[in-house]
Design a binder for this molecule. Sequence first.
Ligand code: BG6
Length: 487
Amino acid sequence: MPRIPKDFGPKHPQVVVLIGATGDLSRRKLLPGLFHLASAGFIPGCRIIGVSLDELDADGFRKLAHQALDQFATRNVKDGGWTEFADGLDYVPLKSGVPALKAAVTKAEKALGGSSRHIHYLSVPPNAALSAVRLLAEAELVERASIIMEKPFGTDLASAVSLNAKLHEVFAEDQIFRIDHFLGKEPAQNILAFRFANGLFEPIWNRNFIDHVQIDVPETLGLDRRAAYYEQIGAYRDMVVTHLFQILGFMAMEPPTALEPASISEEKNKVFRSMVPIDPRDVVRGQYAGYRDEDGVDPESDTETFIALKCAIDNWRWAGVPFFLRTGKKMADGQRIISIAFREPPKSMFPTGSGVGAQGPDHLTFDLADASKVSLSFYGKRPGPGMRLDKQSLQFAMHETGLLGEVLEAYERLILDAMRGDHTLFTTAEGIERLWQASERLLEAPPPVRLYAQGSWGPKSVHQLVAPHAWRLPFEREWRDPNRSGA
Ligand code: BG6
């Protein structure tokens, strides 16, 4: 159970309206996450009203939630916690319409004594988001409410602008929380701590010392049951415009004036404004062999399941430093890393054959997994006679701190922040529109998709994209096992 002080919880009791409550995301992440927040004492008395197309009653929803916890909760579901959580669950089938939703919310509010706030979580496909917003407006659930939206926030600049305009007809910008769960990952936030809480790294965080950066998120996962969504969206919209660019924003931004939403958004948005429009010639699109045979996929589909690109931030800090981004489905390994390659020394006194530079430049690598790791690799002397050099590394692993149990899973952290009204880790309409704008040339003239074998690292041309550098993954040396003792 977390030892985090409970004043990290919201000021007011919460009524959550979970639209899309029986869907995949809800069962995998949202219900287990809400359960953990409730049972850890962060959201006492929280009531959750599930809404979806499925014809269920409250008991049916409780059963579904219990099954979801059994299947997906990463922590033990204690009986005591469950009974209280289950008491707070209710359900309204969409077919019952506005009056039923309104009545369920009123009932929940009464149970909480009248001072509650609403949080509406839209866990619905992109084409259903606006009708969900209209439903909330008709049920008069806009006041004292916030809304959490799932990506994609549009599919290009025009659709993002139109979506934001329609949303703003109902909800004010400060009521809207556009969730990007990568920003809720503990290691993503640790980038901010690492950069801005230490005098050691920030002075070298620029073009004078950094040669290039890689943000690499290969996945072994396939489509799961998401063909209908994925076929329309593809890897660029699913992962790059959202998660990878947001991580890039944290990695590349200037020091914010305060750890506050407005300052952080402003600095991130400045990075996005300095981003050079993506040139389709700097992009490799791939599709895994066999994708077109998947259920729900067009046999002539042009959707990319893999994408790698080079992008540039044209400002004083980053001019001339390439950022290489890569992600894809059914690849050789599942990893989420940011790898920063430092410039090599201008001269070497070490003789040829000593091993200097032979294993690439010095790297600082962040592993963005929940149990995060950081590694700094450098050349050191191999023990013994003469001067042979080897790549060595300093590594930190969260496992070693004994605090792994305190990590809030990304969705938990972000739902809690939204309930507290804290926008720090959310994206803004302006930032998103700018990213679509920088993507326009690519979306208008995407390069052809190239096939890659399942279980590989993508199409061959991905190596030309980074040349003369090399992709950091697969690692030549594995992360050290944090549980290993001894030398
Ligand atoms: C989601 C994408 O947003 O992020 C998925 O839609 C992807 O396609 C997932 O698999 C990756 O998230 P995580 O947290 O598992 O790395």
